[in-house]
Write a protein that binds this ligand. Structure first.
Ligand SMILES: N[C@@H](CCC(=O)N[C@@H](CS)C(=O)NCC(=O)O)C(=O)O
Length: 260
């Protein structure tokens, strides 16, 4: 499935976009097929790492197209392009007609920040910028805990991760200021990383009370501000909650047994 983004929405599938399979086969984008959507984000509908890249592109107003793949049945062209077999990938055409394939979401976000016009998503000060990068990594550590929380069918493993996440968000609470975003008024890459983390809880909260944000009022306010942000809303399709629920069912998630 392909989705194109001009500055945000749009779900029709253009037929004149670079064909990922052609690109994979030749290492070059097919001539005469390029449109203004030069960047391709190889994606999965639920992936939080994809979302952070999509949010960064949307914030910058950079046009891109999205190609969804089935991670349970990875296409050959994807396996050929992705060194780690993971999404996201960002396919970037070079002026000479060849293309570069970027992997690792934080690297992709940094590339978008360095090359894209529009608002700055990192602070100018090197020390602050380094601190922001560290918190982006912290967001990835939270995602690793969340993976177990959502997929385990074991009550003890669920509780261990739930407690770990309480501890993680206590650290986040300590570092947040007055908001509304991580660094105050300006939305940045740390926000792009945490918005997909919070999105999980919009679904989890309908199933059970995790209690993870009970003692973190600043995190709760940050979560609310991020969920209202247009780029965050546009980073997934409308069927995201239903898909995530289906994913939990497929994994026999312990969380579902806690449903009120
Ligand atoms: N460190 C990677 C993590 C990406 C990742 O774990 N992607 C998952 C989907 S959310 C994936 O592609 N999994 C497929 C697999 O591992 O086979 C990044 O930041 O881009």
């Amino acid at each position: 499935m392909r989705t194109r983004h001009s500055t945000g929405s749009g779900t029709d599938a253009p037929d004149s976009v670079p064909d990922p399979q052609a690109g994979a086969a030749t290492g070059r984008l097919a001539r005469g097929k390029q449109t203004s959507f030069e960047l391709t984000l190889v994606s999965h509908p639920l992936c939080p790492y994809v979302q952070r890249a999509a949010i960064a592109l949307l914030e910058k107003g950079i046009p891109f197209q999205r190609v969804m793949i089935d991670l349970d049945d990875k296409p050959d062209w994807f396996a050929a392009l992705s060194p780690l077999g993971k999404v996201p990938l960002l396919r970037v055409p070079r002026p000479d007609g060849s293309e570069a394939v970027l992997f690792e979401s934080n690297v992709i976000c940094e590339y978008i920040e360095e090359t894209g016009a529009g608002v700055k998503l990192h602070p100018d000060d090197p020390l602050e910028r380094a601190r922001h990068r560290a918190w982006m990594d912290f967001g990835s550590a939270i995602l690793a805990d969340l993976w177990t929380l959502e997929t385990t069918s074991d009550a003890a493993a669920y509780e261990t991760k739930r407690k770990a996440l309480v501890g993680r968000f206590a650290r986040v609470e300590e570092t947040l200021g007055q908001g509304p975003y991580f660094a105050g008024e300006a939305f940045g890459l740390v926000d792009a990383v945490f918005a997909p983390v919070f999105r999980y809880f919009d679904v989890f909260d309908r199933i059970t009370e995790t209690g993870i944000f009970d003692h973190t009022p600043r995190v709760r306010a940050w979560r609310a501000a991020l969920s209202a942000r247009q780029s965050v809303r546009d980073a997934v399709d409308a069927d995201y909650p239903a898909r995530l629920r289906e994913f939990l069912v497929r994994h026999g998630a312990h969380m579902l047994t806690l449903a009120a």
